[in-house]
Design a protein around this ligand. Structure first.
Ligand SMILES: [Zn+2]
Length: 292
């Protein structure tokens, strides 16, 4: 099951406590997914839990038993007709054209949250955090974009809005904002799951960066050691290592004995400072380059 489905399933388990919130949630679903062909009301969803949620909300609010049909394509259609539609839309203050979110429907914080839940259930999706950070909500109603942006602003969420194929898309790519959004929806379990994956990814990135850095340093060290060994071999051929001043001979032999040792390792083995070892090794490299 997708991450978006997990979020929707979690939201659908939220208790429907206050009537005001039930109304705001259903209004969110209608604004983000309903169609009104010929005066009827049709809500399409691919989530069984969402279809059940719409029916539960309509039952709670209007004592209506709405008709649900499941199609072979996996889409559930919830339908209301005639007087039912008028009753629902009037109560949610959605009877006007163009469609706007009435302030009375989202007056309190609890109702703003509920409206967001409905909007997400109706037109929302969110990528699995492993794949990337992207949450979006799609609506066909331009007029309500500003109203919905104001609801999100209440929770400190500032999405971008674009026009795509005749629809308006609110999207968020910032992971912290997606966390805020999921928390505002009340999808706490999925928010934690999201956060865990994000932390795992960040730890992995830091570790990879460190390993890359260490590898680069090791290569640099190995390159230097190879150059030193060539220089030592050249000196040995020209004059013989035994004719070097004893401090230089000591470090040259130590390097030949241990080609993988770092300069600090060599310094330690010889009981000298690192800068002393560095100084001696520079001399050896220079001597090695002198024509014989
Ligand atoms: Zn409320």
């Amino acid at each position: 099951m997708s991450f978006a489905s997990d979020v929707k399933n979690e939201i659908c388990k939220t208790a429907i406590e206050e009537i005001c919130c039930a109304r705001a949630e259903l209004a969110g679903i209608v604004c983000f997914s309903a169609q009104t062909p010929g005066g009827g009301l049709r809500i399409n969803t691919e989530h069984h839990a969402v279809a059940e949620r719409v029916c539960a909300l309509a039952k709670r609010l209007y004592h209506l038993s709405l008709d649900v049909t499941a199609r072979e394509s996996g889409i559930y259609t919830i339908r209301a007709d005639g007087a039912e539609v008028i009753k629902i839309l009037r109560d949610m203050r959605l009877a006007g054209v163009p469609l706007r979110i009435d302030k009375s429907v989202t007056r309190s914080g609890c109702c703003k949250r509920a409206f967001m839940r409905g909007a997400f259930l109706g037109g929302g999706s969110v990528s699995a955090p492993r794949k990337g950070y992207h949450l979006e909500l799609v609506t066909g109603h331009y007029a309500l974009c500003g109203d919905f942006a104001a609801v999100l602003e209440y929770f400190g969420i500032a999405p971008k809005i674009i026009h795509r194929k005749g629809n308006y898309v609110f999207y968020i790519k910032d992971s912290a904002q997606i966390e805020d959004f999921l928390a505002a929806l009340g999808a706490h379990t999925q928010m934690m799951a999201f956060l865990n994956v994000k932390i795992e990814k960040e730890v992995r990135n830091v570790t990879n960066r460190r390993v890359n850095c260490e590898n680069a340093n090791a290569e640099k060290c190995a390159g230097a050691a190879v150059a030193q060994i060539f220089a030592i071999q050249a000196i040995d051929k020209k004059i013989g290592l035994e004719h070097l001043p004893p401090p230089l001979e000591a470090i040259a032999r130590a390097r030949l004995d241990d080609p993988e040792a770092s300069l600090a390792d060599l310094a330690r083995a010889l009981g000298i400072s690192k800068s002393g070892a560095n100084h001696r090794m520079r001399k050896i490299t220079l001597l090695g380059k002198e024509p014989g």
